[in-house]
Ligand binder design. Structure first.
Ligand code: MRU
Length: 353
């Protein structure tokens, strides 16, 4: 697959022309404003990831790859020992911005490995540049393959239910769980997508419905608690969801509410596929119980997005950002290396042999 600079520029994250900043599409502002941010220091990168200006597991990994490169360039005059120490500190700090999506630590560890492999600072910086581009290019290729495999499982006219946002904005090109629909659309195929709004940060309403509508896909936005009715009505032939970390036994962490969708899908006998690149599979994580779930600010539930607070100030909130879908609920996991069916513990391992 030949990937051009244009392919990379089309995504929500890229390197600025002068290669001194990571440019991100600010996903907090959509769908009303299309604004970009230029991130040129570690604090700005950390904040952009923490506040979800850049979000979606693969996009966070791509941002971290470019981020580590520009941070390395800023330290080019340091002797190797100090250079390496400072970059490790930056890497650890960035990893702490969001704990659940494995792509963040995966990308940073890839970069830090190169830092540790040589003592020639200029050479390391060159290699980090190439590695950041590789991470981005690989994601484009992986998403394309995930989309191709996913497309083989659906037929024209199917109703697809999705949760959160897994499109080009959250990744690079095509995306993962809505990649099959976008790739299919390019080939003249038609599907109907039900996009869960995805409380509390509304990634489904603000981002998925936006991306699909702009791509000319027939999309209907629903509140999260409408998924059951839509399934019962017979309008959904398959559920496609993303993932932030796939454990070795096939348990999958994804946006809060995904496990509820999976339970409903099982109840109604609808296949449910978790879609993700191999960069999201964490074979060092035995099961969902070992995945750290990010807890976020209660204000995301109480006041954000509303003109007035939606709960008394003193009301307690529980705001986990992700949940774990038990592998027994999943029909298959769609990766760039193929469609993985149960038993997941055996078949995921085979992907890496
Ligand atoms: O909190 P978010 O918006 O970063 O959560 C994103 C998701 O849960 C996505 O489904 C996942 O990262 C996959 S994106 C291809």
């Amino acid at each position: 697959m030949i990937i051009t600079e244009k392919d990379r520029m089309d995504g929500s994250v890229h390197l600025s022309e002068d290669e001194n900043c990571v440019v991100i599409l600010d996903q907090r502002k959509l769908p009303n404003y299309v604004e970009y941010q230029y991130l040129d220091d570690v604090k700005k990168i950390y904040e952009a990831i923490r506040t979800l200006a850049v979000r979606g597991a693969p996009a966070i990994g791509i941002c971290a790859g470019y981020g580590m490169y520009i941070l390395a360039k800023q330290k080019k005059d340091l002797p190797y020992e100090q250079f390496a120490k400072a970059l490790h500190e930056d890497g650890d700090y960035l990893i702490s911005s969001r704990p659940t999506a494995v792509n963040l630590s995966w990308a940073i560890r890839r970069v830090l490995k190169l830092v540790d492999e040589s003592t020639d600072v200029n050479k390391i910086i060159e290699r980090l540049h190439d590695e950041a581009i590789n991470i981005h290019n690989e994601d484009i290729e992986m998403c394309y393959k995930v989309s191709e495999y996913g497309l083989s499982l659906i037929k024209d006219g199917d109703g697809i239910l999705t949760h959160c946002n897994t499109g080009p904005m959250a990744t690079s090109k095509y995306g993962t769980a809505i990649g099959p629909v976008l790739l299919g659309k390019e080939r003249g195929r038609e599907f109907h997508v039900f996009a869960d709004e995805t409380r509390p940060l509304l990634q489904g309403a603000r981002l998925t419905a936006f991306e699909l509508q702009k791509a000319g896909v027939d999309v209907t936005l629903i509140c999260d608690n409408m998924a059951s009715l839509v399934m019962k009505n017979g309008w959904v032939q398959a559920c496609f969801v993303g993932c932030d970390r796939i454990a070795a036994n096939g348990d999958v962490a994804n946006k809060i509410g995904t496990s509820g969708v999976a339970i409903l899908a099982k109840h109604y006998g609808i296949p449910i596929y978790s879609c993700g690149p191999t960069s999201t599979i964490d074979m060092n994580c035995p099961s969902g119980e070992d995945i750290v779930i990010e807890l976020r600010d209660p204000e995301e539930i109480k006041t954000m997005w509303y003109k007035e607070p939606m709960a008394l100030k003193e009301v307690k909130c529980y705001n986990p950002s992700f949940d774990v879908t038990d592998h027994e609920l999943l029909t298959a996991i769609i990766t760039d290396r193929g469609i993985v069916y149960p038993p997941f513990d055996v078949n995921l391992k085979k992907l890496f042999e």
